[in-house]
Design a protein around this ligand. Structure first.
Ligand code: SAH
Length: 213
């Protein structure tokens, strides 16, 4: 399997689909998705589709991740919170973009996925990512506020604690809606005002807990 060629093809596809942020495209080239998918799915690593990672969970579709990361407007040095570590792939992409001066805190509710993603992240050599085993709908208050927050599981509404833990002028991206379909919301917080934009419809696995759709 020629992963290099498959990766280049996927990046071309992301560009064709409208992804322009060079930092995001570069991260897709540097962080190898094949290292985060289960062995039995290896041949599908660079297909632009979500893939099962066990425990009823998925590694998100590359295009969906690209849309979210571009909407966040990630910069080197950003402090980022993710809810839903899953495979750890998205956290690794973010970790690559924010660089050694940035930091990623990512929360995961399934203990087995916490352990597996920690190993995978260690494997790609990123040291600026902390995986936390907790209910991500509560955020991670200990390290708040965050420049950017990303939720990678579907919620009924944006968990208020996440908005609280977002820095003034920070950006949050989350799929909000029903179990079957969610609208990707991009929220910018300025003072006590929220500027909310929709980025279209997507389908995610549910965020467990109080905001489960
Ligand atoms: N970002 C992931 C994909 C996320 S799939 C990746 O790059 O692979 C959604 C993940 O959210 C699943 O792993 C699921 O176990 C986790 N999850 C669901 N409810 C959660 C909650 N309340 N808190 C933290 N993680 C949760």
């Amino acid at each position: 399997m020629d992963f290099e060629a498959a990766r280049e093809k996927l990046i071309d596809e992301l560009k064709l689909e409208g992804i322009k942020d060079v930092k995001v495209l570069e991260a897709f080239s540097k962080i190898h998705r094949d290292l985060f998918v289960p062995d039995e799915m290896l041949s599908e690593s660079y297909a632009n589709i979500p893939l099962p990672i066990g425990y009823g969970q998925t590694i998100s579709q590359p295009y969906t991740i690209a849309i979210m990361l571009e909407a966040l407007g990630l910069k080197p040095g950003d402090k980022v919170l993710e809810a839903g570590t899953g495979s750890g792939y998205n956290a690794a992409l973010i970790g690559h973009i924010v660089g050694s001066k940035g930091k990623v805190f990512t929360t995961e509710i399934v203990p087995e996925l916490v352990n597996r993603s920690k190993d995978k992240i260690r494997g790609v050599g990123l040291k600026n990512i902390k995986v936390v085993n907790c209910d991500g709908s509560l955020g991670y208050a200990k390290e708040a506020p965050y420049d950017k927050i990303i939720v990678t599981a579907a919620c009924r509404e944006i968990p208020p604690l996440l908005l609280e833990q977002l820095r003034d002028n920070g950006v949050l991206v989350a799929p909000v809606g029903s179990r079957h379909e969610q609208r990707m919301l991009k929220v910018r917080k300025t003072g006590n005002k929220l500027d909310i934009k929709s980025l279209g419809f997507f389908v995610f696995v549910p965020l467990k807990g109080a905001y489960e759709p």
